[in-house]
Design a protein around this ligand. Structure first.
Ligand code: PXP
Length: 260
């Protein structure tokens, strides 16, 4: 299974001090050496971590394909078309959120989304949609004729954390997670079954399936077992571990869990 390493968190650390270090550019050769298959970056409209110059340098100098996550705002689509990364993953964005909290709105008429996809495709950029794992979102993605979808695994990660980490509350806990253990286990299994079913549906329509958000060295194992999911994009847990082990080892440890 392929691994996209999301290196935004290196920029988070740099922006905490507004200085030059650590530089996400320095991660490129390490990611490559450790066997990452893709570099993933998110250029947010508020530029809270990655800056325009990061995106420009990373896209032009990375020897691995770059997956640029961005909102469907016109400014971001223009930047993407200018920089021409290998892939653009369209994500929803709310200024007040700490991280991307849910999937993109894809159902119903979405003229802005449709226009963004067309523009990116016209610039030979692969398009992926970061969606909630629902039948409606997969069907809408099919109608939008994108090459990739990426399932938001945040809810799955939250359930997993509450079931196995003994946490009483995850930061983005949703009310119905305040449940007894056996109910959480049923919920976790049904999330996995849902990913299994939806990724088969997507693959039958020739849509490639990625997944990401909140995945770590523990909860990733059951996701890896879902064959139709081809790629995972993982940031927080890898960069967190790298503080103690170094980035190369942190990626190697994750890659080892992605072997099928
Ligand atoms: N995929 C997408 C589309 C995301 O927005 C993010 C978070 O930026 C990730 C994957 C990685 O999530 P995490 O940092 O929780 O591993």
């Amino acid at each position: 299974m392929e691994l996209g390493v999301n290196i935004d968190h290196i920029a988070v650390l740099r922006e905490a001090r507004k200085i030059a270090d650590p530089d996400p550019m320095d991660a490129l050769s390490i990611c490559k050496r450790a066997g990452a298959n893709q570099i993933t970056i998110h250029l947010r409209e508020d530029r809270r971590h990655m800056q325009d110059f990061d995106a420009e340098n990373i896209i032009s100098l990375s020897s691995l394909p770059v997956n640029l996550e961005c909102a469907i705002a016109e400014e971001m689509i223009q930047i993407a078309c200018k920089l021409r990364p290998h892939r653009v993953t369209l994500v929803p964005e709310k200024r007040e959120e700490v991280t991307t909290e849910g999937g993109l709105a894809v159902t119903g008429t979405q003229p802005r989304l449709h226009a963004a996809i067309e523009k990116l495709k016209a610039h030979d950029i692969e398009v992926s949609l970061f969606i909630d794992p629902t039948t409606e979102a997969v069907q809408a993605s099919r109608a939008l004729e994108v090459e990739w979808i990426e399932f938001h695994t945040g809810k799955y990660a939250n359930i997993y954390a509450m079931l196995y980490s003994g946490l009483e509350k995850t930061p983005y806990a949703i009310p119905q997670l305040d449940l007894p253990r056996h109910t959480l286990k049923i919920l976790l299994d049904s999330e996995l079954e849902n990913f299994r079913k939806l990724s088969c549906d997507a693959a039958e329509s020739d849509i490639k399936v990625a997944a990401g958000h909140g995945l770590n060295y523990h909860n990733v194992v059951d996701i890896v077992a879902i064959e139709m999911i081809e790629e995972l994009n993982i940031g927080q847990s890898i960069i967190a571990r790298s503080v103690f082990t170094g980035l190369e080892q942190a990626i190697l440890d994750m890659k080892a869990r992605l072997i099928r």
